[in-house]
Design a protein around this ligand. Structure first.
Ligand code: NAG
Ligand code: NAG
Length: 270
């Protein structure tokens, strides 16, 4: 890819940064691979026992031959308003947190959900190669990106922390993204967000985005797969209703370069 040179520079910078950052808590210390990788999450911290022994753990590989069609499921609804938000590099992935006060504005309802869920954040997962970014897989195949819209049950719980540990607490809409060469297919909202990525090149860096539309991140489809699962990082709480949209968004190669070049390389910073 054309972004190779910048990519190498970024890795060098990352190693320099690595020496100054000190892991100060368990939650900052976990990683996806290596000695603190997910096979060990339940072993190294007893509070994360679900990561090791849980029976409804996410992500999963969706096997299309095992899906059951449920005609009673409704279309999912996402509020159309925009909100301001803060993009943050949390080390393992990039997170877009809606600003307090505005976060009440964007709700998710219907679909498989019996309650009203309020969007708290959007997480962006991506890999180092074109096909290795997503957490969920479809028929054993992963996608370059997975965008996760994380919402909490605001009819019952006061905040996401409380909801995270409680029944029916969380709903997450997962959206895959693929690379396209055709600029007219690209998702404009994703493009806007990716323009802020250079500002959060290093862990804990933040950048404000004034107008974000969660609704515009939704692909053009009413179809989805749903299952009861968990958080995909420690403590792996099994309180999540997952909704995986059945059509990906498209991003241009240029956008992918920005994602791959900047935050992704920070996974090793601890
Ligand atoms: C979103 O949900 C919250 C709490 O459940 C509610 O107070 C708020 O009015 C809802 N917002 C919209 C736009 O429906
Ligand atoms: C979330 O709600 C719980 C229960 O009401 C409360 O104890 C806690 O302080 C709240 N956390 C935040 C960050 O507001």
């Amino acid at each position: 890819m054309e972004c190779n040179i910048i990519y190498i520079l970024t890795i060098l910078l990352t190693f320099l940064e690595r020496d100054i950052v000190e892991a100060s808590s368990w939650s900052e210390w976990w990683q996806y691979t290596g000695v603190s990788g997910f096979e060990f999450w339940g072993v190294i911290n007893p509070e994360w026992i679900l990561c090791q022994r849980g029976k409804r753990q996410s992500p999963i590989n969706v096997d299309p031959s095992l899906l059951l069609y449920d005609p009673s499921l409704k279309h999912i609804r996402v509020s159309k308003r925009s909100a301001s938000a803060e993009l943050e590099n949390v080390g393992q992935f990039v997170r877009l947190v809606l600003e307090p006060g505005t976060d009440k504005l964007i709700n998710i309802t219907k679909g498989p959900l019996s309650y009203r869920y309020t969007v708290h954040e959007v997480d962006f997962h991506f890999g180092t190669e074109n096909d290795l970014g997503s957490e969920h897989m479809i028929a054993g195949i992963s996608f370059p990106f997975e965008i996760q819209i994380v919402a909490y049950n605001s009819e019952i719980y006061g905040n996401i922390t409380q909801a995270r540990y409680s029944p029916n607490g969380i709903a997450i809409i997962a959206i895959f993204a693929q690379i396209t060469k055709d600029a007219k297919d690209k998702n404009e909202q994703l493009e806007i967000i990716s323009q802020f990525l250079p500002d959060v090149q290093f862990r804990e860096q933040k950048s404000k985005i004034r107008q974000v539309s969660i609704h515009k991140l939704m692909p053009d489809t009413n179809h989805y797969v749903t299952y009861d699962g968990s958080f995909t990082y420690p403590g792996c709480e099994e309180t999540v209703t997952w909704i995986i949209m059945n059509r990906p968004l498209h991003i241009t190669v240029q956008q992918v370069c920005i994602f791959f070049t900047y935050p992704n390389t920070l996974i090793s910073v601890t």
